[in-house]
Ligand binder design. Structure first.
Ligand code: UD1
Length: 382
Protein backbone atom coordinates (compact mmCIF):
# COMPACT_ATOMS: atom_id res chain seq x y z
CA UNK A 1 0.00 0.00 0.00
CA UNK A 2 1.32 3.43 -0.93
CA UNK A 3 0.44 6.25 1.49
CA UNK A 4 1.28 9.85 0.70
CA UNK A 5 1.37 12.44 3.49
CA UNK A 6 0.98 16.17 2.83
CA UNK A 7 2.33 18.68 5.36
CA UNK A 8 3.12 22.35 5.03
CA UNK A 9 3.18 24.37 8.21
CA UNK A 10 4.82 24.14 11.62
CA UNK A 11 1.89 22.58 13.52
CA UNK A 12 1.65 19.76 10.93
CA UNK A 13 5.10 18.42 11.64
CA UNK A 14 4.41 17.12 15.18
CA UNK A 15 1.33 15.34 13.81
CA UNK A 16 2.86 13.56 10.82
CA UNK A 17 5.88 12.22 12.76
CA UNK A 18 4.08 9.59 14.89
CA UNK A 19 1.76 8.54 12.06
CA UNK A 20 4.69 7.85 9.70
CA UNK A 21 6.40 5.93 12.49
CA UNK A 22 3.35 3.84 13.30
CA UNK A 23 2.78 2.98 9.64
CA UNK A 24 6.47 2.10 9.15
CA UNK A 25 6.25 -0.25 12.14
CA UNK A 26 3.35 -2.13 10.58
CA UNK A 27 5.45 -3.02 7.52
CA UNK A 28 4.26 -3.46 3.95
CA UNK A 29 3.57 0.24 3.56
CA UNK A 30 5.37 2.53 1.17
CA UNK A 31 5.29 6.14 2.33
CA UNK A 32 5.87 9.38 0.45
CA UNK A 33 6.17 12.71 2.23
CA UNK A 34 5.21 15.91 0.45
CA UNK A 35 6.08 19.30 2.02
CA UNK A 36 4.14 22.12 0.42
CA UNK A 37 6.67 24.73 1.58
CA UNK A 38 3.98 26.89 3.23
CA UNK A 39 6.49 27.34 6.04
CA UNK A 40 9.99 27.58 4.63
CA UNK A 41 12.27 29.34 7.17
CA UNK A 42 14.72 26.89 8.75
CA UNK A 43 13.47 27.74 12.23
CA UNK A 44 9.83 27.21 11.20
CA UNK A 45 10.43 23.94 9.37
CA UNK A 46 13.86 22.24 9.06
CA UNK A 47 14.66 22.16 12.76
CA UNK A 48 11.34 20.40 13.41
CA UNK A 49 12.13 17.68 10.89
CA UNK A 50 15.49 17.10 12.58
CA UNK A 51 14.21 17.00 16.14
CA UNK A 52 11.09 14.96 15.39
CA UNK A 53 13.01 12.46 13.26
CA UNK A 54 10.82 13.02 10.19
CA UNK A 55 12.43 11.84 6.95
CA UNK A 56 13.52 14.48 4.46
CA UNK A 57 10.47 15.19 2.26
CA UNK A 58 10.41 13.29 -1.02
CA UNK A 59 8.88 16.30 -2.70
CA UNK A 60 8.88 20.00 -1.80
CA UNK A 61 6.30 22.11 -3.60
CA UNK A 62 8.04 25.35 -2.56
CA UNK A 63 4.85 27.40 -2.53
CA UNK A 64 6.05 29.94 0.04
CA UNK A 65 3.94 32.85 1.29
CA UNK A 66 1.08 34.63 -0.42
CA UNK A 67 -2.53 35.62 0.06
CA UNK A 68 -4.82 32.78 1.09
CA UNK A 69 -6.09 32.40 -2.47
CA UNK A 70 -2.62 32.43 -4.01
CA UNK A 71 -1.16 30.04 -1.46
CA UNK A 72 -4.11 27.62 -1.62
CA UNK A 73 -4.20 27.71 -5.42
CA UNK A 74 -0.46 27.11 -5.74
CA UNK A 75 -0.67 24.12 -3.43
CA UNK A 76 -3.55 22.72 -5.48
CA UNK A 77 -1.79 23.19 -8.81
CA UNK A 78 1.51 21.76 -7.64
CA UNK A 79 0.12 18.90 -5.56
CA UNK A 80 -2.13 17.73 -8.41
CA UNK A 81 0.93 17.09 -10.57
CA UNK A 82 2.60 15.12 -7.80
CA UNK A 83 -0.51 13.06 -7.03
CA UNK A 84 -1.03 12.18 -10.68
CA UNK A 85 2.58 11.05 -10.88
CA UNK A 86 2.73 9.20 -7.56
CA UNK A 87 -0.68 7.50 -7.74
CA UNK A 88 -0.94 6.80 -3.98
CA UNK A 89 -3.57 4.46 -2.58
CA UNK A 90 -4.32 6.87 0.25
CA UNK A 91 -3.36 10.45 1.11
CA UNK A 92 -3.25 11.76 4.68
CA UNK A 93 -3.64 15.46 5.47
CA UNK A 94 -3.15 17.06 8.88
CA UNK A 95 -4.67 19.83 10.98
CA UNK A 96 -6.30 22.94 9.58
CA UNK A 97 -3.79 24.91 7.55
CA UNK A 98 -4.08 25.99 3.91
CA UNK A 99 -2.00 22.96 2.87
CA UNK A 100 -4.64 20.68 4.45
CA UNK A 101 -7.69 21.95 2.58
CA UNK A 102 -5.85 22.50 -0.70
CA UNK A 103 -4.52 18.95 -0.95
CA UNK A 104 -7.74 17.36 0.36
CA UNK A 105 -9.71 19.11 -2.37
CA UNK A 106 -7.29 17.97 -5.07
CA UNK A 107 -7.58 14.37 -3.86
CA UNK A 108 -11.36 14.53 -3.85
CA UNK A 109 -11.42 15.77 -7.44
CA UNK A 110 -8.92 13.12 -8.55
CA UNK A 111 -10.91 10.49 -6.63
CA UNK A 112 -7.89 9.52 -4.56
CA UNK A 113 -8.97 8.31 -1.09
CA UNK A 114 -7.92 10.83 1.56
CA UNK A 115 -7.90 10.84 5.34
CA UNK A 116 -7.88 13.82 7.71
CA UNK A 117 -5.89 13.57 10.92
CA UNK A 118 -7.39 15.93 13.55
CA UNK A 119 -10.86 16.00 12.02
CA UNK A 120 -14.03 17.43 13.53
CA UNK A 121 -12.64 20.34 15.57
CA UNK A 122 -14.83 23.45 15.34
CA UNK A 123 -14.54 26.93 16.82
CA UNK A 124 -17.84 27.95 15.14
CA UNK A 125 -16.05 31.15 14.17
CA UNK A 126 -15.96 31.51 10.41
CA UNK A 127 -13.79 34.62 10.56
CA UNK A 128 -10.89 32.24 11.28
CA UNK A 129 -9.27 30.94 8.08
CA UNK A 130 -8.59 27.66 9.88
CA UNK A 131 -12.32 27.12 10.56
CA UNK A 132 -13.04 27.38 6.83
CA UNK A 133 -10.21 24.92 6.17
CA UNK A 134 -11.58 22.48 8.76
CA UNK A 135 -15.18 22.63 7.49
CA UNK A 136 -14.27 22.13 3.85
CA UNK A 137 -11.69 19.43 4.45
CA UNK A 138 -14.07 17.32 6.52
CA UNK A 139 -16.74 17.47 3.83
CA UNK A 140 -14.52 15.98 1.11
CA UNK A 141 -12.37 13.38 2.86
CA UNK A 142 -13.06 9.65 3.23
CA UNK A 143 -11.53 8.92 6.64
CA UNK A 144 -11.89 11.26 9.60
CA UNK A 145 -9.60 10.69 12.58
CA UNK A 146 -10.85 12.70 15.56
CA UNK A 147 -8.90 13.66 18.72
CA UNK A 148 -11.88 13.90 21.07
CA UNK A 149 -15.60 13.12 21.26
CA UNK A 150 -16.68 16.67 20.48
CA UNK A 151 -15.12 16.15 17.04
CA UNK A 152 -17.33 13.12 16.38
CA UNK A 153 -20.44 15.03 17.47
CA UNK A 154 -19.60 17.97 15.18
CA UNK A 155 -19.09 15.70 12.18
CA UNK A 156 -22.30 13.75 12.74
CA UNK A 157 -24.19 17.06 13.01
CA UNK A 158 -22.68 18.14 9.69
CA UNK A 159 -23.96 14.99 8.02
CA UNK A 160 -20.74 12.99 7.86
CA UNK A 161 -21.43 9.28 7.82
CA UNK A 162 -20.52 7.63 11.13
CA UNK A 163 -18.67 4.77 9.44
CA UNK A 164 -16.02 7.21 8.18
CA UNK A 165 -15.28 8.62 11.65
CA UNK A 166 -12.64 7.14 13.97
CA UNK A 167 -12.03 8.49 17.45
CA UNK A 168 -8.30 7.88 17.82
CA UNK A 169 -7.10 10.55 20.27
CA UNK A 170 -4.51 13.24 19.80
CA UNK A 171 -1.45 12.53 17.65
CA UNK A 172 0.25 15.76 18.74
CA UNK A 173 0.25 14.32 22.25
CA UNK A 174 1.95 11.17 20.89
CA UNK A 175 4.90 13.36 19.94
CA UNK A 176 4.84 15.25 23.21
CA UNK A 177 4.69 12.03 25.27
CA UNK A 178 7.62 10.62 23.29
CA UNK A 179 9.83 13.67 23.57
CA UNK A 180 8.96 15.29 26.89
CA UNK A 181 11.85 13.55 28.68
CA UNK A 182 14.34 14.66 26.04
CA UNK A 183 12.98 18.22 26.18
CA UNK A 184 13.25 18.36 29.98
CA UNK A 185 16.82 17.05 29.80
CA UNK A 186 17.69 20.02 27.63
CA UNK A 187 16.52 22.52 30.21
CA UNK A 188 19.95 23.46 31.60
CA UNK A 189 21.14 24.44 28.14
CA UNK A 190 17.90 25.91 26.87
CA UNK A 191 17.85 28.88 29.23
CA UNK A 192 21.51 29.47 28.56
CA UNK A 193 21.43 29.07 24.78
CA UNK A 194 18.38 31.28 24.41
CA UNK A 195 20.02 33.91 26.59
CA UNK A 196 17.12 33.87 29.05
CA UNK A 197 17.63 35.62 32.35
CA UNK A 198 16.50 32.45 34.12
CA UNK A 199 18.50 30.22 36.42
CA UNK A 200 19.27 26.76 35.06
CA UNK A 201 18.47 25.02 38.32
CA UNK A 202 16.23 27.45 40.21
CA UNK A 203 12.48 27.22 39.88
CA UNK A 204 12.09 30.86 38.93
CA UNK A 205 8.62 31.94 37.75
CA UNK A 206 8.23 32.96 34.14
CA UNK A 207 5.36 33.31 31.71
CA UNK A 208 5.70 31.90 28.19
CA UNK A 209 3.86 33.73 25.39
CA UNK A 210 3.05 32.74 21.80
CA UNK A 211 0.72 34.82 19.64
CA UNK A 212 0.30 34.89 15.87
CA UNK A 213 -3.42 34.91 14.99
CA UNK A 214 -4.30 37.67 12.52
CA UNK A 215 -7.15 38.72 14.87
CA UNK A 216 -4.62 39.49 17.62
CA UNK A 217 -1.52 40.69 15.84
CA UNK A 218 -2.71 42.25 12.57
CA UNK A 219 -4.86 44.78 14.41
CA UNK A 220 -2.56 47.47 15.86
CA UNK A 221 -4.92 48.48 18.68
CA UNK A 222 -5.37 44.89 19.81
CA UNK A 223 -1.64 44.12 19.61
CA UNK A 224 -0.84 47.26 21.57
CA UNK A 225 -3.29 46.31 24.34
CA UNK A 226 -1.76 42.85 24.56
CA UNK A 227 1.82 44.18 24.68
CA UNK A 228 0.86 46.65 27.42
CA UNK A 229 -0.69 43.84 29.47
CA UNK A 230 2.45 41.72 29.00
CA UNK A 231 4.57 44.64 30.12
CA UNK A 232 2.48 44.86 33.29
CA UNK A 233 2.91 41.12 33.88
CA UNK A 234 6.68 41.45 33.37
CA UNK A 235 6.87 43.58 36.52
CA UNK A 236 6.11 40.41 38.46
CA UNK A 237 7.66 37.66 36.37
CA UNK A 238 9.90 37.30 33.37
CA UNK A 239 7.87 37.19 30.10
CA UNK A 240 9.44 34.95 27.44
CA UNK A 241 7.98 35.55 23.98
CA UNK A 242 9.28 33.65 20.92
CA UNK A 243 7.96 35.55 17.90
CA UNK A 244 6.26 34.04 14.87
CA UNK A 245 7.46 35.93 11.72
CA UNK A 246 4.04 37.56 11.35
CA UNK A 247 4.13 38.83 14.95
CA UNK A 248 7.70 40.10 14.67
CA UNK A 249 6.74 42.09 11.61
CA UNK A 250 3.72 43.63 13.32
CA UNK A 251 5.62 44.51 16.50
CA UNK A 252 8.31 46.10 14.33
CA UNK A 253 5.62 48.29 12.74
CA UNK A 254 4.49 49.51 16.16
CA UNK A 255 7.60 51.62 16.65
CA UNK A 256 9.15 52.56 19.97
CA UNK A 257 5.87 53.41 21.71
CA UNK A 258 5.31 49.89 23.00
CA UNK A 259 6.57 48.36 26.20
CA UNK A 260 8.33 45.60 24.34
CA UNK A 261 11.72 46.33 25.89
CA UNK A 262 10.49 44.79 29.13
CA UNK A 263 9.81 41.51 27.36
CA UNK A 264 12.22 38.78 26.44
CA UNK A 265 11.56 38.59 22.68
CA UNK A 266 13.08 35.68 20.77
CA UNK A 267 13.12 34.29 17.24
CA UNK A 268 10.94 31.20 16.66
CA UNK A 269 12.42 28.35 18.69
CA UNK A 270 12.74 24.63 18.11
CA UNK A 271 10.21 22.03 19.23
CA UNK A 272 12.30 20.65 22.10
CA UNK A 273 13.18 24.10 23.40
CA UNK A 274 9.56 25.17 23.25
CA UNK A 275 8.37 22.06 25.09
CA UNK A 276 11.10 22.55 27.70
CA UNK A 277 9.94 26.13 28.21
CA UNK A 278 6.26 25.13 28.37
CA UNK A 279 6.84 22.38 30.89
CA UNK A 280 8.54 24.72 33.38
CA UNK A 281 6.40 27.81 32.82
CA UNK A 282 4.20 29.13 35.61
CA UNK A 283 1.63 30.02 32.96
CA UNK A 284 1.41 30.11 29.17
CA UNK A 285 -0.37 32.82 27.17
CA UNK A 286 -1.29 31.78 23.63
CA UNK A 287 -3.63 31.98 20.67
CA UNK A 288 -2.32 28.75 19.10
CA UNK A 289 -4.41 25.58 18.90
CA UNK A 290 -1.68 23.07 19.65
CA UNK A 291 -0.35 24.95 22.67
CA UNK A 292 -3.79 24.77 24.33
CA UNK A 293 -3.50 20.98 24.04
CA UNK A 294 0.12 20.68 25.08
CA UNK A 295 -0.39 22.76 28.23
CA UNK A 296 -3.39 20.60 29.17
CA UNK A 297 -1.24 17.50 28.86
CA UNK A 298 1.58 19.13 30.83
CA UNK A 299 -0.77 20.47 33.52
CA UNK A 300 0.38 24.06 33.02
CA UNK A 301 -2.26 26.85 33.27
CA UNK A 302 -2.99 28.26 29.80
CA UNK A 303 -4.62 31.62 29.07
CA UNK A 304 -5.95 31.74 25.54
CA UNK A 305 -6.32 35.17 23.97
CA UNK A 306 -9.31 34.22 21.83
CA UNK A 307 -13.09 34.44 22.20
CA UNK A 308 -13.55 30.79 21.25
CA UNK A 309 -11.66 27.56 20.78
CA UNK A 310 -11.97 24.58 18.49
CA UNK A 311 -10.51 22.55 21.36
CA UNK A 312 -13.23 22.92 24.05
CA UNK A 313 -12.02 19.84 25.93
CA UNK A 314 -8.92 21.80 27.00
CA UNK A 315 -11.29 24.20 28.80
CA UNK A 316 -13.82 21.69 30.18
CA UNK A 317 -11.25 19.13 31.28
CA UNK A 318 -7.83 20.70 30.94
CA UNK A 319 -5.96 23.75 32.19
CA UNK A 320 -7.14 26.19 29.52
CA UNK A 321 -9.07 29.44 30.18
CA UNK A 322 -10.39 31.65 27.38
CA UNK A 323 -9.72 35.29 28.20
CA UNK A 324 -10.73 36.82 24.85
CA UNK A 325 -9.59 40.41 24.54
CA UNK A 326 -10.08 41.07 28.25
CA UNK A 327 -6.60 42.08 29.36
CA UNK A 328 -7.68 42.61 32.96
CA UNK A 329 -8.86 39.02 33.09
CA UNK A 330 -5.61 37.90 31.47
CA UNK A 331 -3.56 39.72 34.09
CA UNK A 332 -5.63 38.48 37.01
CA UNK A 333 -5.45 34.87 35.75
CA UNK A 334 -1.66 35.14 35.37
CA UNK A 335 -1.47 36.57 38.89
CA UNK A 336 -3.49 33.61 40.18
CA UNK A 337 -1.00 31.24 38.57
CA UNK A 338 1.91 33.20 40.05
CA UNK A 339 0.20 32.86 43.44
CA UNK A 340 0.14 29.08 42.94
CA UNK A 341 -3.61 28.99 42.32
CA UNK A 342 -3.68 28.48 38.55
CA UNK A 343 -6.26 26.23 36.91
CA UNK A 344 -5.65 22.52 37.29
CA UNK A 345 -7.07 19.84 35.04
CA UNK A 346 -6.96 16.30 33.76
CA UNK A 347 -5.81 14.66 30.54
CA UNK A 348 -8.59 13.90 28.02
CA UNK A 349 -9.38 10.28 27.15
CA UNK A 350 -7.12 8.71 24.50
CA UNK A 351 -4.48 11.42 24.82
CA UNK A 352 -2.17 8.59 25.77
CA UNK A 353 0.65 8.60 23.23
CA UNK A 354 -0.92 5.75 21.23
CA UNK A 355 -3.17 7.64 18.80
CA UNK A 356 -1.02 7.15 15.69
CA UNK A 357 -1.06 3.39 16.30
CA UNK A 358 -4.86 3.50 16.23
CA UNK A 359 -4.75 5.35 12.90
CA UNK A 360 -2.38 2.73 11.49
CA UNK A 361 -4.73 -0.03 12.70
CA UNK A 362 -7.66 1.55 10.87
CA UNK A 363 -5.68 1.99 7.66
CA UNK A 364 -3.89 -1.33 7.62
CA UNK A 365 -6.94 -3.10 9.03
CA UNK A 366 -8.63 -2.32 5.75
CA UNK A 367 -11.13 0.34 6.77
CA UNK A 368 -9.64 2.66 4.15
CA UNK A 369 -12.30 3.12 1.49
CA UNK A 370 -11.92 3.15 -2.23
CA UNK A 371 -13.86 5.69 -4.24
CA UNK A 372 -13.92 3.24 -7.09
CA UNK A 373 -11.94 3.44 -10.26
CA UNK A 374 -11.29 6.94 -11.46
CA UNK A 375 -10.68 7.59 -15.11
CA UNK A 376 -7.28 9.05 -14.35
CA UNK A 377 -5.30 8.09 -12.41
CA UNK A 378 -6.20 4.53 -11.42
CA UNK A 379 -6.57 4.59 -7.66
CA UNK A 380 -8.01 2.49 -4.88
CA UNK A 381 -6.87 0.80 -1.75
CA UNK A 382 -7.97 -2.73 -2.44
C1 UD1 B 1 -0.24 29.19 9.54
C2 UD1 B 1 -1.61 28.54 9.69
C3 UD1 B 1 -2.04 28.59 11.14
C4 UD1 B 1 -0.98 28.01 12.05
C5 UD1 B 1 0.33 28.70 11.81
C6 UD1 B 1 1.44 28.12 12.67
C7 UD1 B 1 -3.09 28.79 7.75
C8 UD1 B 1 -4.30 29.45 7.24
N1 UD1 B 1 -2.62 29.25 8.91
O1 UD1 B 1 -0.40 30.58 9.86
O2 UD1 B 1 -3.22 27.83 11.29
O3 UD1 B 1 -1.38 28.15 13.40
O4 UD1 B 1 0.68 28.56 10.42
O5 UD1 B 1 2.62 28.82 12.53
O6 UD1 B 1 -2.59 27.88 7.10
N2 UD1 B 1 6.50 33.45 7.22
C9 UD1 B 1 7.87 33.48 7.26
N3 UD1 B 1 8.53 32.30 7.25
C10 UD1 B 1 7.89 31.11 7.19
C11 UD1 B 1 6.50 31.09 7.13
C12 UD1 B 1 5.81 32.27 7.16
O7 UD1 B 1 8.49 34.53 7.33
O8 UD1 B 1 8.59 30.07 7.19
C13 UD1 B 1 5.77 34.72 7.29
C14 UD1 B 1 5.39 35.26 5.94
O9 UD1 B 1 5.56 36.65 6.00
C15 UD1 B 1 3.92 34.94 5.83
C16 UD1 B 1 3.46 34.99 7.29
O10 UD1 B 1 4.59 34.53 8.03
O11 UD1 B 1 3.22 35.82 5.04
C17 UD1 B 1 2.30 34.11 7.55
O12 UD1 B 1 2.55 32.76 7.15
P1 UD1 B 1 1.34 31.81 6.63
O13 UD1 B 1 1.83 30.45 6.36
O14 UD1 B 1 0.59 32.49 5.58
O15 UD1 B 1 0.38 31.74 7.86
P2 UD1 B 1 0.69 31.66 9.42
O16 UD1 B 1 0.32 32.94 10.05
O17 UD1 B 1 2.06 31.12 9.68
Amino acid sequence: MHILHVVGARPNFMKVAPVMDALANRGGVRQTLVHTGQHYDANMSEVFFEQLGIPVPDVNLDVGSGSHAVQTAQIMIRSEEVLLRQKPDLVLVYGDVNSTVASALVCAKLQIPVGHVEAGLRSFDRTMPEEINRLLTDQVVDLLFTPSEDGDANLIREGVSADKIFLVGNVMIDTLARLIGKARDRWPVVADELGLPLGATTSQDYVLVTLHRPSNVDDQASLKRIILALEGISERAQVVFPLHPRTRERIGEMGAASGRDALCLLDPISYLDFVALQSRATAVITDSGGVQEETTYLGVPCLTVRENTERPITVSLGTNTLVGQDMELLTSEVNRALDGEGKRGGIPPLWDGLSAGRIADVIIGGAAPSRGTAASPPVGTQ
